[in-house]
Design a protein around this ligand. Structure first.
Ligand code: NAP
Length: 325
C-alpha cells in the first residue's frame, strides 16, 4: 500500500489539519515508459499555503520530492536511482524520465541538499542576490526570515559573494543566536523583541545596500528606512501576509523609493531554472569544503507531513523544513 495526502478543504486565514486527509491506496504499478519511485524526502514550502487557495481539492499537494526508483519500465531509469521530481505529497509516485532529474552522488553533499541549498531554496537565494539585487563586494545585506531555508542560504551566499556585513531577522532569540553562531551572520534581529526600524538602524548604523525580502509588511518598511541611496530590494516572498484575510496596507514609506532612488524587483525562481548549473558550480565546492553548510529541520514520517507544513508556516523550522518519508 502507499499513502497520499490530499487537501480536502480551503483555508480561511491560517490553514489547519482538518483541511487535509491521509489516504491509503494500492501502490501504483508502472506502465511502459514509467518508473515507480518510493519517496525518501518531501519538501514543505510557504508557496503551498498560496496553492491551497487555488489548487485542486482531493489530489496530493504538488511539491518537490526526492525518491528512489523501485521498479522501472522506463528507459534511462534504473532500480536504485535517486531522483528529484515534483509529484509532492505521497509515499510513491509514477514518473516518466522527462519528469525527473537523476541525482548524482557527490561526496560531501547530502541528498537533502537537493531540496535546500542546491534546490529551489538555493536557486532563489542565488538569483535574488546575483541577478536581482546584484550584490557587490563590500556591501551590507539584510535578509528577513533569515533562519528559514531561503534566508539562511541568502546570508551564507551573500558572504561568499563578498558582502562585508550580513544582517538577518528572525522570530526568536534562539534563532537569532543561531544566525550569528552557526551561519556566520554579523548581526541578527529578533523581530518579536521590538520595533524593527530601530533594531535595524542599530545593527546597520551606516545603512544597508541590499534587502532580500522574504516577509513583506513591516520588514519591508524597516528596510526602506535603512537602505542607502541607490539600494536594491530583491522581493522573494511575503510570508507575513499569506494568511491575511484582507489585502495588507502598502509600506508607510513606499515613496522613499523615489527619494532614495531605490530599485525594488520581484522575481519567481521558476523563471531562472536555467541557472541551476551555475548555482551548483558556485555552491557544491563550498558545501564540500565547509564554507557553506546545509541547515535543515527533518521531521520523520509521512503521517507528520501536515504538521510539518503547518509548523513551518509558524516558524517551527530552522533552515529547510523536510519530511523523511
Ligand atoms: P522558511 O523561511 O524556511 O519558512 C518560513 C519562515 O517564515 C518561518 O520559519 C518563520 O520564521 C517565518 N515567518 C512566518 N510568519 C512570519 C511573520 N508573520 N513575520 C516574519 N516571519 C515569519 O521558508 P522558505 O521556503 O525559505 O521561504 C521564505 C520566503 O521565500 C517565503 O516568503 C516564500 O514564499 C518565498 N519564496 C519565494 C520564491 C520565489 O520564487 N519568489 C521561492 C522560494 C521561496 P521565524 O521563526 O523567523 O518567524
Amino acid at each position: 500500500m502507499s499513502v497520499v495526502v490530499h487537501q480536502v478543504a480551503r483555508p480561511h486565514g491560517a490553514p489547519s489539519p482538518e483541511q487535509f486527509a491521509y489516504l491509503e491506496i494500492p501502490t501504483p504499478v508502472p506502465a511502459a515508459g514509467q518508473a515507480l519511485v518510493e519517496n525518501v524526502y518531501l519538501s514543505v514550502d510557504p508557496y503551498m499555503r498560496e496553492a491551497m487557495d487555488s489548487d485542486g481539492l482531493g489530489v496530493p499537494m504538488e511539491g518537490r520530492s526526492i525518491g528512489r526508483v523501485v521498479a522501472s519500465a522506463a528507459p534511462g531509469l534504473d532500480v536504485g536511482d535517486l531522483v528529484f521530481h515534483r509529484q509532492g505529497w505521497r509515499s510513491h509516485a509514477l514518473v516518466t524520465p522527462a519528469e525527473v532529474r537523476v541525482l548524482p552522488a557527490v561526496p560531501g553533499v547530502p541528498l537533502t541538499a537537493y531540496l535546500g541549498v542546491l534546490g529551489g531554496t538555493g536557486l532563489s537565494a542565488y538569483v535574488g542576490l546575483t541577478r536581482i539585487a546584484r550584490v557587490q563586494p563590500g556591501e551590507t545585506v539584510f535578509v528577513s526570515a533569515a533562519a528559514g531555508a531561503v534566508g539562511g542560504t541568502v546570508g551564507q551566499f551573500a558572504r561568499q559573494l563578498g558582502a562585508d556585513r550580513v544582517i538577518g531577522s528572525t522570530g526568536s532569540p534562539a534563532k537569532a543566536k543561531h544566525l550569528v553562531t552557526n551561519l556566520g551572520f554579523d548581526a541578527a534581529i529578533d523581530y518579536s523583541a521590538g520595533e524593527l526600524s530601530a533594531q535595524l538602524a542599530a545593527a546597520a548604523p551606516d545603512g544597508i545596500d541590499v534587502y532580500f525580502d522574504n516577509v513583506g509588511g513591516d520588514h519591508l518598511a524597516a528596510a526602506i528606512d535603512a537602505l542607502r541611496d541607490h539600494g536594491r530590494i530583491a522581493w522573494c516572498g511575503a510570508v507575513a501576509q499569506y494568511n491575511a484575510l484582507t489585502p495588507p496596507a502598502a509600506p508607510r514609506n513606499l515613496f522613499d523609493i523615489v527619494g532614495k532612488q531605490l530599485r525594488l524587483e520581484g522575481f519567481l525562481v521558476r523563471d531562472y531554472r536555467h541557472l541551476q548549473g551555475e548555482l551548483e558550480e558556485f555552491a557544491v565546492p563550498r558545501l564540500r569544503d565547509g564554507r557553506i553548510m546545509t541547515d535543515e529541520t527533518v521531521v520523520d514520517g509521512i503521517t507528520n507531513l501536515v504538521d510539518a507544513f503547518l509548523s513551518m508556516l509558524h516558524g517551527g523550522n530552522t533552515g529547510k523544513m523536510i519530511v523523511r518519508v
